[in-house]
Ligand binder design. Structure first.
Ligand SMILES: [Zn+2]
Length: 263
């Protein structure tokens, strides 16, 4: 009898609270009032959503670890009539906390950069399974790869994100005359590289043909192979990261980019 009552109650609340489940990666976790947090999370099926996590500032919260940035969890959510735009977290099963991201400054900085970039690029509820999988594999590989490869991962992530969003820079030859040379100017407005003659001295930055080829290879490379790829020096990687961030379809500079770049 008791079981039957519980079953009936769960059906009743399930219907009226509109419960649903999502696998989600936390992009951002912001304080809300004294006790709660508002999570910005990327889900596979509903895109980027906000989640109200009641009591998530208390150590007693049962799903505290699922509310940390980068955590990947299965959330049970519910919509209440009084706040139909933001689901509340009812419970969460941690799938992977990606804890190793906190083991080095380099890993954490690259993970912060990737999550902030995804948050900036995606509109609320825009569903893009490619972006979800890119972020998931980036966080996973950042955990397992040597920390010295963290900025390479940030660069490869940026190039792959650009390709997914339809903003992949053209890196094969001068966009205007088609010349293949040793050095090029980056031109963000035109979406790629120009020779010195066509650029007329204007451009964000100069890249060598080797750097352009290297970036092209990273953009198209299988992510698992990034653990083996030749590492260019850190200064070159960060120069390329900075310049390719200019191609991202966002209105503001990413704050986390500054923690990746030298002073
Ligand atoms: Zn040219």
């Amino acid at each position: 009898m008791e079981r039957l009552l519980l079953f009936a109650l769960s059906i009743f609340f399930g219907v009226f609270m509109n419960r649903f489940e999502h696998e989600a990666i936390v992009l951002k976790s912001a304080r809300s009032g004294e006790n709660d947090r508002i999570l910005t999370a990327l889900t596979l099926k509903a895109g980027k959503i906000s989640i109200m996590a009641k009591g998530a500032q208390s150590a007693k919260c049962k799903y505290l670890l699922s509310c940390q940035p980068f955590a990947f969890s299965q959330f049970v959510l519910a919509l209440y009539p009084k706040n139909p735009l933001m689901p509340y977290a009812i419970s969460a099963d941690l799938i992977n906390p990606f804890r190793n991201l906190y083991s080095s400054v380099e890993r954490q900085a690259s993970a912060c950069f990737a999550t902030e970039a995804v948050d900036a690029v995606l509109e609320p509820e825009a569903v893009d399974s490619h972006v979800f999988m890119l972020l998931y594999h980036t966080l996973r590989l950042l955990c397992s790869m040597d920390a010295s490869r963290a900025s390479l991962m940030a660069l490869a992530f940026t190039l792959k994100l650009l390709a997914i969003c339809g903003h992949a820079p053209e890196l094969g030859a001068c966009l205007v005359c088609g010349a293949k040379l040793e050095t090029y100017f980056i031109n963000v407005d035109m979406g790629g590289i120009l020779c010195a003659r066509c650029a007329k001295g204007e451009g964000e930055c100069i890249v060598s043909s080797l750097e352009a080829e290297y970036s092209y290879a990273l953009m198209h490379m299988d992510m698992e192979s990034l653990g083996e790829v030749y590492l260019v020096d850190e200064a070159t990687q960060l120069k390329l990261l900075k310049v390719f961030c200019l191609f991202l379809p966002i209105q503001r500079q990413l704050r986390s980019l500054t923690s990746l770049l030298p002073e």
